[in-house]
Design a protein around this ligand. Sequence first.
Ligand code: CAA
Length: 380
Amino acid sequence: MDFSLSEEQLMIQQAARDFAQNELLPGVIERDDEQRFPAEQIKKLGELGFLGMMVDSQYNGSGMDTMSYVIAMEELSKVDASSSVVVSVNNSLVCYGLETYGTEEQKQKYLKRLASGEIIGAFCLSEPEAGSDATSQKTTAIDKGDHYLINGTKNWITNGGTAEVYLVIAQTDKSKGHKGINALIVEKGTPGFDIGPKENKLGIRGSDTHTLLFNDVKVPKENRIGEDGFGFKFAMKTLSGGRIGIAAQALGIAAGAYELALKYSKERKAFGTEISNHQAIAFKLADMHTQIQAARHLVYKAAWDKDQGNNYDLSGAMAKLYASQVAMETSVEAVQIHGGNGFVKDYHVERLMRDAKITQIYEGTSEIQKIVISRSVLKD
Ligand code: CAA
């Protein structure tokens, strides 16, 4: 078993680390305060190939493996989870979904622009009454012959206001349950499609989260992804990979908080010595380091499974469940190690603590991951 990263993966890690320090760190506190979308930073990430990392070069992607993607996600998330969630949704939900299940025409028309970062996309599954219970879609997409007519509301949509292309999951035939659900590509500006209010959030405040409103939105049949009734499976299969991206984001938040706490503990003095010399702090750092390394192994294993063509539903769910828990615990401890300064925005750890929470909620809550894991364990 070889735990080392390849030359190429090390280069991607360094490039993402440099970008995070040089481009994401400046202004990250202000963007969080003002809930300002990192538009300039996302544009540059697109130019560098970070928005279509796993997409084939024929569709303007970078043609990399999932390992490279999670390595980049970790580095970007150490500094700015508001930016890294845009990278994650565009790569794992939108680009992956279109490249794997879209038609050639859809790839030419949408994927090429999404993978190059010319535009970004959004994935629209959650609804006011269908969050965890994703089969209970109330949004309808009624079959009208050559087009669908969409009506309903989607909630908490990442990139909700900034996306140009939306993958919308909606119910076409209620009598068929999850087999009556479709996934449709909706373009911004389609008549009847409105961007609702922006959410005022606890964390990832720089990201752009909106309610979306659909009122008799006409979508041509050629914008359906996959066969009629494939929409729920499309969402589940796509989310399985998305969970690896969010697990990597959680890992990055944890590692970022740990690195700040480690540095601070060697500078800050109390009782006549650096606080790292006190066992109370040293043991916290030991626990944090161990948990982060364990989370990293789970994230890498899930990415490796995907790259090998193995099933990654279980390994992705375990990686997300554990890494998000580590993100939460580690960032709370990082604030504690910083003491009073940890409660102050300038030291960054309070933001990482607020950002950590969403990793236990979006792309399937921790409780949903436990459903996926327990079902898998029990069926063996
Ligand atoms: N791959 C392929 N098919 C799958 C699948 C997977 N990973 N998981 C389930 N399915 C299939 C099942 O096989 C079943 O099909 P058949 O009847 O043909 O066998 C069908 O889907 C229904 O599955 P279940 O009976 O297991 O459905 P369920 O109602 O029990 O729900 C669930 C399963 C796992 C709980 C699912 O509802 C779920 O994942 N919920 C969470 C939704 C979620 O993650 N939302 C996140 C929103 S997106 C987001 O956050 C993006 C963002 O902006 C950051």
